[in-house]
Design a binder for this molecule. Structure first.
Ligand code: HEC
Ligand code: HEC
Length: 217
């Protein structure tokens, strides 16, 4: 029997919904990779880290940047895989029904808890927050200034806001977190998602260093 998944989702119904995934994903003890990576012990697992599976570079990159699977990130990925992970190899168009998503996620979670996998890639204890890799880099403010030409058409250096928030003189962490929130659509904003989707850790750290070094006037 699966543990009852609070009010949030019904894992038993989720097992039915999971039929949509079965052709590509094995799950449970002894699960192996197929068309897609196995989903055993999925919860709290860093994206793109199952040994021996050939992930898209998009998925590996997001994993390296700190994307971890949980209710929230799975909900976004399953709704629109290609919007959440542009360049994903998963040729599944997405699950529009939010109840189906909630239930299948409850099922995936229940199985993750039933069989705590001895997976070294599982983030334990202090799981990295998305963006944590960029936060640890020493950003290059000159490179950031170069990249900023794309930003200052909207975000004025004078810090003057015209419906556009000022991003001058921010500490590094919140700046980086904001950019990753847009990049991964945690914070939905089409323009800012387009602006950040192709930025990597180096670029984001450089932008944080540059804008952070400016004094609000
Ligand atoms: C047609 C095959 C196919 C179907 C159907 C499919 N997937 Fe996938 N899935 C893949 C592939 C291929 C990848 C690897 C994506 C990449 O590398 O970008 C993947 C990746 C994933 C990942 C990331 C795993 C990791 O190790 O980071 C999750 C989570 C996932 N799928 C869940 C699901 C769920 C839940 C369903 C059903 C609602 C589903 N998938 C349906 C092929 C599929
Ligand atoms: C076409 C105009 C435009 C461009 C270009 C643009 N932004 Fe933005 N940016 C916005 C808008 C509008 C918002 C507010 C979005 C919202 O409501 O979440 C925003 C929000 C932000 C925020 C969060 C501000 C806050 O107060 O939370 C940061 C940080 C940011 N942008 C950085 C950048 C960087 C760095 C670039 C260049 C890589 C850039 N933006 C390019 C329009 C733009």
């Amino acid at each position: 029997m699966l543990p009852a998944g609070a009010q949030e989702g019904d894992p038993e119904r989720g097992e039915q919904v999971y039929k949509a995934c079965k052709a590509c994903h094995q799950i449970g003890a002894g699960a192996r990779n197929g068309v897609g990576p196995h989903l055993d012990g999925l919860f709290e697992r860093t994206a793109g880290t199952i040994e021996g599976f050939k992930y898209s570079s998009a998925m590996k990159k997001l994993g390296a940047e700190g994307l971890v699977w949980n209710e929230f990130t799975l909900d976004q990925y399953l709704e629109k895989p290609r919007a959440y992970v542009p360049g994903t190899r998963m040729s599944y168009l997405g699950m529009g029904d939010s109840r189906d998503r909630t239930d299948v996620i409850a099922y995936l979670k229940a199985l993750s808890q039933e069989a705590p996998a001895e997976d070294p890639t599982k983030a334990n204890g202090d799981r990295p927050e998305i963006g944590s890799v960029a936060m640890q880099l020493e950003g290059d403010p000159e490179y950031g200034e170069y990249l900023s030409s794309e930003c200052v058409t909207c975000h004025q250096i004078s810090g003057r806001a015209d419906g556009i928030p000022s991003i001058i003189g921010w500490p590094k962490e919140p700046f980086i977190r904001a950019l990753f929130d847009y990049k991964t659509n945690v914070r939905s904003h089409q323009v800012m998602q387009n602006m950040t989707v192709n930025l990597g850790n180096e670029e984001i750290a450089a932008l944080a260093a540059y804008f952070g070094s400016l004094d609000p006037q």
